[in-house]
Design a protein around this ligand. Structure first.
Ligand SMILES: *[C@@H]1O[C@H](CO)[C@@H](O)[C@H](O)[C@H]1NC(C)=O
Ligand SMILES: *[C@@H]1O[C@H](CO)[C@@H](O)[C@H](O)[C@H]1NC(C)=O
Ligand SMILES: *[C@@H]1O[C@H](CO)[C@@H](O)[C@H](O)[C@H]1NC(C)=O
Ligand SMILES: *[C@@H]1O[C@H](CO)[C@@H](O)[C@H](O)[C@H]1NC(C)=O
Ligand SMILES: *[C@@H]1O[C@H](CO)[C@@H](O)[C@H](O)[C@H]1NC(C)=O
Ligand SMILES: *[C@@H]1O[C@H](CO)[C@@H](O)[C@H](O)[C@H]1NC(C)=O
Ligand SMILES: *[C@@H]1O[C@H](CO)[C@@H](O)[C@H](O)[C@H]1NC(C)=O
Ligand SMILES: *[C@@H]1O[C@H](CO)[C@@H](O)[C@H](O)[C@H]1NC(C)=O
Ligand SMILES: *[C@@H]1O[C@H](CO)[C@@H](O)[C@H](O)[C@H]1NC(C)=O
Ligand SMILES: CC(=O)N[C@H]1CO[C@H](CO)[C@@H](O)[C@@H]1O
Length: 350
């Protein structure tokens, strides 16, 4: 039965995604207007926040927390930091010019308050109902990454406590877990319906912070390397460690420096992917999210050790309008019977 409904969706999917690789090219005038309105309002909200955050010592505390986390990861894994020059040269320079010799405390203290715009664009591969967990790697090979997200309320400038951060990205060879579809690896491999790798949800702490262990994404056709995200508010935690209800006040995507992507793509198994790379500058979502200077959707990062195989620590601050509500599209739901195709989201003809 599931297989039948799955096939029905796949047919719709084929119609909707007539051009593999352009899965996410859904131009929606209303959505674009909303993004624009959001940006204007968010800009106002954030310049108001900036002063308040400084006063509250928000950045200093964030810097200390990140430095401590990196230190603890390095200790745990017996790693030594890359020399500062290399780190400085390759770190994402969003709002400050790091020079050689810039101390770590300064790197972490950069305002780098990357403001993400709710794109109103979920992409086709959100799987609803994923598990609450912090380590998403399972057995996936690739460059290990630890991502810290900090959520701030754009109206009050306060950290958002109790928000659930839901993230997902493709694996090192460009395949998403939990679904079977054209353009997502081998579409004859039904077993991928039951995989959950590189997807998960976590709740923010008192500082509005969440940390995930995952794997640097690979790439697929027509899109630059990215990580998808959704924020859930007022959701109920069920006894089987999944969420129900609540609202979605934020939908977005984060990116990586192109130089870093190129370095990662040169390593195994990323380099076995034969699909052409789409660079950030050619990515439609990247362009929309970087339209104005208050928005920086590129993750800041440092090397945890001396090279990529030791992993990266990356971070982003996300301003959310908690009263906004989005209706993210999805076609698959994670259940106790594995992933099930649903005629939901953008695959529904309505
Ligand atoms: C937040 O969203 C509400 C409802 O859509 C809107 O009235 C308000 O202006 C927004 N605030 C900011 C700072 O974007
Ligand atoms: C870092 O870069 C500076 C300026 O280019 C140079 O003087 C210094 O020797 C470099 N340090 C290391 C450890 O390579
Ligand atoms: C960083 O340095 C470059 C080159 O010196 C300069 O053009 C740019 O304005 C600087 N950016 C910031 C944010 O200071
Ligand atoms: C961060 O932004 C505030 C307000 O715009 C500014 O005063 C401060 O110097 C900035 N700090 C850094 C480290 O860039
Ligand atoms: C959902 O899909 C529809 C149809 O493609 C699109 O117009 C809309 O913007 C999408 N919404 C989100 C939140 O992704
Ligand atoms: C990525 O996921 C697909 C689907 O499960 C799998 O076939 C492929 O081997 C994975 N890539 C790597 C490098 O493990
Ligand atoms: C990366 O660093 C580790 C030690 O931290 C080392 O064992 C490994 O050989 C290095 N890999 C490369 C490609 O340099
Ligand atoms: C968790 O429980 C809910 C409510 O009973 C159910 O709908 C959902 O399928 C379950 N999810 C999993 C992964 O077991
Ligand atoms: C997924 O797992 C469920 C529960 O273990 C099983 O019934 C189902 O046959 C599996 N589906 C696939 C496509 O492997
Ligand atoms: C109805 C409800 O519980 N609303 C809450 C949703 O979450 C926001 C942010 O945490 C709260 O401010 C609301 O009170």
């Amino acid at each position: 039965m599931h297989f039948l409904s799955h096939l029905a969706v796949l047919n719709l999917a084929m119609l909707a995604f007539a051009h593999p690789g352009e899965e996410e090219h859904h131009h929606d005038r209303k959505a674009e207007l909303n993004v624009r309105e959001f940006k204007v309002a968010a800009k106002r909200g954030l310049s108001a926040c900036s002063e308040k955050l400084q006063r509250r010592d928000f950045h200093n505390r964030a810097a200390e927390r990140r430095a401590a986390k990196v230190d603890s990861y390095r200790r745990h894994n017996g790693l030594r930091a890359r020399d500062t020059n290399t780190t400085a040269d390759t770190s994402h320079l969003s709002s400050a010019n790091y020079t050689s010799g810039t101390p770590e405390s300064t790197i972490f203290a950069s305002n780098g308050t990357c403001i993400l715009n709710p794109e109103g664009e979920t992409g086709p591969y959100w799987v609803k109902g994923e598990l609450i967990r912090s380590d998403l790697r399972e057995e996936q090979p690739g460059v290990p990454i630890t991502i810290e997200g900090q959520f701030v309320d754009v109206e009050t400038c306060e950290p958002i406590v109790g928000l659930y951060w839901d993230i997902w990205n493709c694996n090192s060879t460009g395949v998403y877990s939990g679904l079977v579809a054209m353009g997502n690896g081998n579409s004859d491999d039904e077993s991928n319906m039951n995989s959950t790798f590189l997807r998960g949800i976590q709740q923010t702490d008192d500082e509005g912070v969440v940390t995930f262990d995952t794997v640097f994404p690979g790439h697929y056709s027509g899109r630059a390397t990215h990580i998808h995200m959704i924020a859930h508010l007022n959701a109920t935690l069920l006894s089987n460690n999944t969420l129900s209800g609540g609202t979605v006040p934020h939908v977005g995507q984060v990116f990586w420096d192109q130089d870093l992507i190129n370095d990662v793509e040169a390593t195994y198994p990323y380099n076995t992917n034969t699909i052409a790379i789409t660079e950030n500058v050619d990515d439609r979502v990247f362009s929309t999210e970087t339209e104005d200077t208050t928005s920086d959707p590129v993750l800041e990062y440092v090397y945890l050790g001396s090279n990529l195989s030791d992993g990266l620590f990356a971070w982003v601050t996300i301003a959310v309008n908690t009263s906004a509500t989005y209706d993210p599209n999805y076609s698959f739901v994670w259940t106790s019977d594995g992933s099930i195709a649903e005629s939901g989201g953008e695959l529904t003809v309505n």
